[in-house]
Design a binder for this molecule. Sequence first.
Ligand SMILES: C[S@@+](CC[C@H](N)C(=O)[O-])C[C@H]1O[C@@H](n2cnc3c(N)ncnc32)[C@H](O)[C@@H]1O
Length: 353
Amino acid sequence: MTALPLPELSAEARRAAVMASKFPRVRYMGSKYKLVERLAAVFSQLGGSTAIDAFSGSGVVSYALKSLGYSVTSNDFLNFPGFIARAAVVNQGDALSDEEVESICGTPADDRDFIQDKFDGLYFTADDRKFLDGAWSHIELLEGHKRDLAIASLVLAAARKQPRGVFTFTDLRYDDGRRDLRLSLKEHFRETVKAYNGVVFDSGHECFTATGDVFDLPTKGYDIAYLDPPYAPPRDDNCYIKRYHFLEGLSVYWRGQTILENTKTKKLAKRYTPFSYKHSVEDALFRTFKQFHESTIVLSYSSNAVPDLATIERLLREVKEKVDVHTLEHKYSFGTHATAARRNALEYIIIGR
Ligand SMILES: C[S@@+](CC[C@H](N)C(=O)[O-])C[C@H]1O[C@@H](n2cnc3c(N)ncnc32)[C@H](O)[C@@H]1O
């Protein structure tokens, strides 16, 4: 194993990290907000002009890549990361105006009540749920990046107001009275629109999104392939849909989604991914390495997941000549008391060239 210190922060990487630190923050399992400066240092040292962020999640790494001047493609198999990436990465200049925000927050454009009806008593207040239906009645009339901005802002508003940002429970057991829980969804929305509007900029390099399984992405055309798959835990699960089904549904107004009606949380059907299970993750990682073997591969992985570092290095060496590992201490904000030990994990940035 070659364990290396991280490259020095170049002026370019520092600038990109400062920009990314302003990216609207959504609490998201495995998000790399705290590591974005070190990732920017790695990317800027590797150079190149095109990049794929194959598991984009919150979008913060895509945004850092855009800030570094890459033409970046953001992909995730969930829908809502795609809206965030289109709003804040692909979008090079559109903003939602105050009038548009007031219209979204004003009298509904139709009498839809799907959210009020379906999630009555489960999440948020009656007024919040009414606002979500009303907001969607206006979003329906928007197009292009304005629509993306409105959806991303609505998703972020819902994530901020929900205790701990996850939709695995429906009572207020984590209600500690903090500001995020006291603000109405409409007030949150006004803030999140400002936050997304504030990070839109023209990088001069076209960016793209895809919404689908990593294995359906084109294999060529990226100087850098950044891979941040779910980390397969030795025990318990890391299901994104179980935690974020409401955000996923909200981003498409539940169209085309299958709600599991007999569940208390009204969650969506699970989305299978081979990265989540210890019996399939090794093969999935190896297939991803082979898929992107023409790119410089930058993989984020954690010491409290399977497989271990030695196995990952061995797999990567089968497709890449040179493999370097940077090791960082990283404290995840997720976990219960039972999993507290696992939160103090080592985070690896593994580079295959
Ligand atoms: C660790 S998170 C990525 C976090 C992201 N880098 C960030 O900073 O927010 C992993 C992401 O992979 C997505 N995902 C899981 N399996 C996938 C697959 N087979 N294809 C594409 N995306 C997948 C999940 O929806 C999740 O958003």
